[in-house]
Write a protein that binds this ligand. Structure first.
Ligand SMILES: [Zn+2]
Length: 250
């Protein structure tokens, strides 16, 4: 009788551990699947003057965040025709300055040089590939410049801004890649967005513009929603920014 009880007890103990193990395994599987549903994790590159969340699928930063106040662009220093330097914090294969040569697109900054010309080291940082995006000349010197100017204007008025800038992509079927004889294909955004909020008074700014000149920029654009961005924007700026982002994406 005692022996039978012992056997039963052992079976019960074994079953209990089996159930715990099963629960742990299914939790792990669920976590892995959840991560995959969100896409490949973004790579964070941290610098003195900005933080970049880099997307290894597009070879573009998915988001660049930095603080902007009037003293940051005293305008003392002038950058002189620099090339972009490879950001060694990014995983390989890395996009390099030469991958843009003859691509038909100019090398655009997300954290603008003009926002950072109070320190030599800061200007240098804006020329890191973690801050580089392909823009048409028209976009870079037109609507995107206007958005940049609006942020600087708010800073001149005395607001201490947290700024976020990121590329927007057209629905996957229409994504253009420029690959010709390059080490890494660059993915051409269909537009660019900018969010800014004042850390003192709560003032909010959200604007976007098409990458005018691409076939996307001229027609009807359906921006793709990136769930990774929704999460980041909520964490960094708050739910208002996520809502703004989701109204322009599908
Ligand atoms: Zn303010």
């Amino acid at each position: 009788m005692n022996k039978l009880l012992d056997v039963l007890r052992t079976i019960l103990l074994f079953t209990r551990w089996l159930i715990i193990a099963l629960i742990l395994v299914s939790l792990w599987v669920w976590a892995v699947q959840a991560t995959h549903a969100q896409g490949v994790p973004l790579v964070k590159a941290t610098h003195d003057s900005f933080v970049s969340y880099y997307d290894i699928q597009t070879h573009n930063p998915a988001l660049v965040v930095y603080q902007l106040e009037y003293s940051h662009f005293a305008g003392v220093l002038k950058p002189s025709g620099r090339h972009f330097k490879m950001d060694t914090q990014l995983p390989r294969p890395r996009v390099k300055d030469g991958d843009y040569t003859n691509s038909g697109f100019v090398r655009g900054h997300l954290c603008s040089v003009a926002d950072r010309d109070s320190k030599k080291s800061w200007i240098k940082e804006t020329y890191l590939t973690s801050n580089l995006v392909p823009m048409t000349m028209v976009c870079n010197s037109g609507p995107w410049k206007a958005i940049e100017d609006s942020c600087r204007y708010l800073a001149i008025l005395g607001h201490r801004l947290r700024v976020g800038r990121w590329p927007l992509y057209d629905n996957l079927q229409n994504v253009i890649q420029a690959c010709e004889a390059k080490s890494v294909c660059i993915t051409i955004p269909a537009g660019f967005a900018c969010a800014a909020m004042c850390l003192d008074c709560g003032l909010r700014f959200f604007q976007w513009c098409p990458n005018v000149g691409t076939s996307h920029g001229s027609g009807v654009i359906q921006f793709m929603n990136d769930p990774r961005l929704s999460i980041l924007l909520t964490n960094i700026f708050g739910p208002w920014c996520r809502e703004e982002y989701e109204t322009i994406t599908h």
